[in-house]
Every structure is written in structure tokens, then in C-alpha cells.
Design a protein around this ligand. Structure first.
Ligand SMILES: *Cc1c(COP(=O)(O)O)cnc(C)c1O
Length: 422
């Protein structure tokens, strides 16, 4: 399936769990096909409810073993002998990303560097390929705005900033107007970090392509939360975080995707030995690899790349469709309970009310969000995050969160709000 069409089977909150009482919630956990995945994560301290999967995904138990084996067994015991086996690790992890969560082909993805750097490389590649403006929006994560306006300056292009309503996300019609007269690059986030709004991927691409622009998606809040079909959807370019819904851990390298047929014509500005077509020949002149490797630069973060593999294995086993179905049911349950218990205390749902139009998180505005988020943690053991100074962001990770956890969390948050007289 694609990211743009709501799937009637995905469980909207009004049909999915008509009863939000404890017995119905318990039954939902008992029949949850993903329930078994919970024990495959390192446990959180007793009593904590973790609803922060969009900030830093939890630690899969297998990750600790895999990194330990690599550090002690490979680096520690085999020394420099071990190093050549890691030369192609960015591509091997990239192929796993392609297969398990991106719906892309082998050879279209690498994992390395951070999202900001990958955005810079691919944005520059688009501007080196074609003339015209850079189109971005003002709802994107700040680093994206910094990188894209910096690129426009560096390459002497106009930066056209779409004024996006954060609760709706960028709209195809707004992009159509922004690209009028031609553009080189449109770069947006598929899922809004502030509201969870899921953009119309195909609609926006159509508008951008009609004006001759390439589209560079930031998938940071989408990948691992929303099933993606980059090949079927004809996506040009994409980058994204792997430490949020993908549970790659702190400092996990970011993904970089370039559609196969674009690779040979696009070049990126940070030429390094990992991008050379004969990496180990130590030539003076730079000749880029014909494929995805040309977008790499230098030695990749091997420990962090290795830490990503067990997490991808878990996600691959669970399957993005099942993850999505549980995610919409969990956020749907939160939404229904919040309407009853949190909205009377100043919580207001931001972003689309239909879970099929959101990514894996939902946000609420509250004038005292900044004060409440730490109180929920300290007094109630409920871990949520901010999405802006006046927004609370809730992201229940489908593989490690029970419906009972969501039920418990909303009731505890309600108690805090009552104590606070909010
Ligand atoms: C989390 C996130 C990033 C992170 O960028 P890094 O360079 O990896 O720190 C970038 N863009 C978006 C939209 C994000 O949500």
C-alpha cells in the first residue's frame, strides 16, 4: 500500500475499539498479534510508561548483544583484520532498510552520516543537476530549513518557503503554486514532527514533477511508523532518521535513498574515498562510483551501523502493515480516552483527527505543555515529549506498547492535571 490512501482495514478508532474500559483493553492486548515483540526489548524500569517512540526508540535486547560481540569479538580480538568486512556495511544496512521499511530496491539506499548531512548532499545533487528555485516549507524540522536555505544561498537560487498550516501539513495545491514558473527541488517532511500530519506523497510529487523539480522527502518521522513504497510511488530522493521509530539507538546513521535511474546523473559535493569507483586503488583523481556508493564520503560509523541491524530484523519480522495497524489503534485509543479525560483540562488535539492521516504520533496543544511534560514523568512515570513549546507529543511504539499502557498513561496524566488544577 502507499502512504497516501487511508486503508479501511487499518482500524480507525471509532470502529476499532468501541469500548475503552479496562476489560476491552485487556482483551485487545490478549489478541494482539504483535504482543510477543514486547519481550524482545530491554525492559524499562518498573512503573514507567514509555510513549516517546518518536524521540528515541527503545533498545532491542539483541542490539546490546550484537554491539558487544562486535566490540569485543571483532575489534577487540581480530583487530585490524576485521576491518575489511565493514567496507560495504553502509550498503548492506541500506539494503535491509530498503527491504524491511522503505519498499525500495537493493542498491538504492545507504546508511551513513546524519539526516542533515544527507539532506545537504542530496539537495546539492539536485541543484547541480538542474536550474531553478528551492521549495521548502516553514513547518519542517529546523535543521531542514537551515540546510535548504543554506543550499539556496550557496548555489545562488531563490528559496521559496511555503507557509504550511502545521496541523494539516503541506498540501499539493500549495506546492503547485510554489513551483509555478519552474523549480529544481522541492523538499518536505512526509510526516510533520509538530502535528503528525501525513502529507499526500503522490499529490505533492505530481505537482513538483510537472514543474520539472525533483522531490527530496525527509522521512524521519515516517519511516518505521508508516508503510512506505518508495519504488511503487516513484520517489526521487529521500533521507531520514533511524533512531526514532527504527530504534537504531543514539547517533544511529541516517538513511539516504536515490532512485536507481537517477544515480548515475546526480553528483554530490563532498567527494571522498568511500564514493570513489575504485575505493582501494588510491588514485589521485576522483571518479565517482556509478551507483549508490557515490553518495558516501568517508569511514562510516561501524558500531552504530551494526546496532541498526537487529532493530531492522525486528521491524522486518513484524512487518510495516501490522505495525501501522497497531499504531493507529494505539493512537486511536489514546485519542478516545484523551477526549474524555484530558480535553476537559485544556488538552486540544492538534493535527488530523483521523489516524490514517497521521504518522505514528499525535500531538495536543496545552498552554502549559512545557511545564506538564516533566510533571507527567516525575509524578506519574509517563514519558511523553514536546513537539513545540505549547504541544505535547505522544508516540506509543507499536512493538513494545500494550493497549493497557495507553489506558494507564491517560488515567495517570488525568490525575496530574487534576492535581495541577489545569
Ligand atoms: C529528527 C529529525 C532530523 C534529525 O537530523 P540529524 O541531522 O540526524 O540530527 C532531521 N529532520 C527531521 C524532519 C527530523 O525529524
Amino acid at each position: 500500500m502507499t502512504t497516501t490512501r487511508p486503508d479501511p482495514d487499518l482500524g480507525l478508532p471509532d470502529t476499532d475499539l468501541p469500548d475503552t474500559g479496562p476489560a476491552a483493553v485487556r482483551e485487545r492486548d490478549e489478541t494482539d498479534p504483535l504482543a510477543g515483540f514486547r519481550s524482545r526489548f530491554a525492559p524499562v524500569p518498573e512503573g514507567l510508561v514509555f510513549l516517546n517512540g518518536a524521540s528515541l526508540g527503545r533498545l532491542p535486547a539483541a542490539t546490546a548483544d550484537a554491539t558487544d560481540a562486535l566490540v569485543r569479538g571483532e575489534w577487540g580480538a581480530r583487530l585490524a583484520e576485521a576491518r575489511t568486512q565493514w567496507l560495504d556495511l553502509p550498503q548492506r544496512v541500506g539494503d535491509e532498510l530498503a527491504r524491511t521499511v522503505l519498499g525500495a530496491r537493493p542498491g538504492e539506499v545507504v546508511a551513513s552520516d546524519c539526516t542533515s548531512v544527507n539532506l545537504y548532499k542530496l539537495g546539492a545533487a539536485a541543484l547541480r543537476d538542474r536550474p531553478g528555485a528551492v521549495v521548502l516549507d516553514d513547518d519542517n524540522f529546523p535543521t531542514d530549513q537551515y540546510v535548504l536555505t543554506g543550499l539556496a544561498e550557496e548555489y545562488g537560487r531563490e528559496a521559496r518557503v511555503v507557509r504550511t498550516d502545521p496541523d494539516r501539513g503541506p498540501q499539493p495545491e500549495e506546492v503547485r503554486q510554489a513551483v509555478a514558473g519552474g523549480a529544481a527541488l522541492v523538499s518536505l517532511s512526509l510526516v510533520s514532527h509538530r502535528s503528525g500530519a501525513l502529507a499526500d506523497l503522490r499529490g505533492i510529487q505530481e505537482a513538483a514533477h510537472a514543474a520539472g523539480a525533483l522531490v527530496l522527502w525527509d522521512l524521519s518521522h515516517a519511516v518505521g511508523a508508516v508503510p512506505l513504497e518508495l519504488t511503487a510511488d516513484g520517489v526521487d530522493l529521500a533521507v531520514g532518521s533511524t533512531y526514532k521509530h527504527l530504534c537504531g539507538g543514539p547517533g544511529a546513521p541516517a538513511l539516504l535513498y536515490v532512485r536507481e535511474d537517477l544515480q548515475a546523473r546526480l553528483t554530490q559535493p563532498v567527494q571522498g574515498w568511500y564514493g570513489h569507483r575504485e575505493q582501494l586503488a588510491m588514485r589521485h583523481a576522483f571518479h565517482p562510483d556509478p551507483g549508490i556508493r557515490r553518495f558516501l564520503t568517508g569511514s562510516p560509523p561501524v558500531l552504530s551501523l551494526a546496532a541498526l541491524l537487529p532493530a531492522l530484523r525486528l521491524l522486518g519480522e513484524a512487518g510495516t502493515d501490522r505495525i501501522r495497524a497497531k499504531s493507529t489503534a494505539l493512537t486511536g485509543l489514546f485519542q478516545r480516552l484523551a477526549a474524555e479525560l484530558l480535553e476537559p483540562h485544556g488538552f486540544r488535539l492538534a493535527g488530523p483527527p483521523d489516524p490514517a492521516r497521521r504518522g505514528g504520533h499525535l500531538t495536543y496543544t496545552h498552554p502549559r505543555a512545557r511545564k506538564l511534560v516533566p510533571l507527567f514523568a516525575e509524578r506519574a512515570g509517563v514519558l511523553v515529549d514536546y513537539a513545540a513549546h505549547d504541544r505535547v507529543r505522544v508516540s506509543p511504539a507499536p512493538l513494545s506498547t500494550r493497549f493497557a499502557d495507553v489506558h494507564e498513561a491517560v488515567h495517570r496524566m488525568h490525575r496530574v492535571l487534576k492535581e495541577e488544577g489545569a
